[in-house]
Design a protein around this ligand. Structure first.
Ligand code: 3NM
Length: 205
């Protein structure tokens, strides 16, 4: 059993997603009330090596201050080194069984794009699934075709107790209709990281 967590307002970010100092963006989002944070350091100018680890440590420290779970995308080694609260993996990333065996009480999230992948994630012991992209997104280079709201509805009707977060193209404007599917929360990058008023964006999501 992993530690408790709340998917309600899940902010995902890496340095490439920020137009301002990333740690300031994160702190404003934390102050505004995000419930979960995932460091997703991707792209051609992504931090590497010590700079990446140090940035991750600083993000973790902020999350600890605000008592928000700190999740690392696709990097089991760093997650274990930093004793992060959890890891988020895609379909192509390291299997979750490996992470679970060395981190029993950690949060494990998996990105899924079909009902079959969702069933597999649950069978493999994931703690939550991210379903997406719900809408078109320009943030993820290799994003698949949007799955729309029907997959969220199907997932929640078949697995009402399993925590599900919607991701991909979610904005302040469309988050209301996304939430009507019964999902546990919305995960966003640009709706927060590109916002000129993070407090308002987080409040409105
Ligand atoms: N994963 P934005 S879509 C990181 O479909 C990510 O699994 C997705 O960025 C998936 O909120 C996506 O700016 C990008 O659209 C989300």
């Amino acid at each position: 059993m992993s530690m408790s967590f709340d998917l309600n307002k899940y902010f995902v970010m890496g340095t490439a997603n920020c137009k301002r100092e990333p740690l300031l963006v994160l702190e404003e989002a934390l102050q505004a009330g995000i419930t979960m944070f995932q460091l997703r350091e991707k792209g051609k100018n992504a931090l590497k090596g010590d700079a990446y680890a140090e940035f991750a440590r600083q993000c973790q420290k902020l999350c600890q201050t605000y008592k928000v779970p700190f999740i690392i995308n696709d990097d089991v080694e760093l997650a274990l080194t930093l004793n992060a609260d959890g890891i988020h993996v895609g379909q192509e990333d390291t299997g979750i069984k490996q992470f679970r065996s060395c981190a029993k009480n950690k949060i494990i999230g998996v990105s899924v794009h079909t009902m079959e992948q969702l069933e597999m994630a649950i069978a493999n012991g994931a703690d939550y699934a991210g379903i997406g992209p719900i809408y078109e997104t320009s943030t993820k280079d290799d994003a698949r075709a949007p799955v729309g709201l029907t997959l969220l509805q199907e997932a929640k009707s078949q697995y009402p107790q399993f925590p599900i977060v919607a991701i991909g193209g979610i904005s302040v404007e469309n988050s209301f209709i996304v939430r009507q599917t019964g999902v546990n929360g919305v995960a966003v990058i640009s709706a927060i990281s590109h916002s000129d008023n993070i407090k308002e964006a987080v409040n409105s999501l």
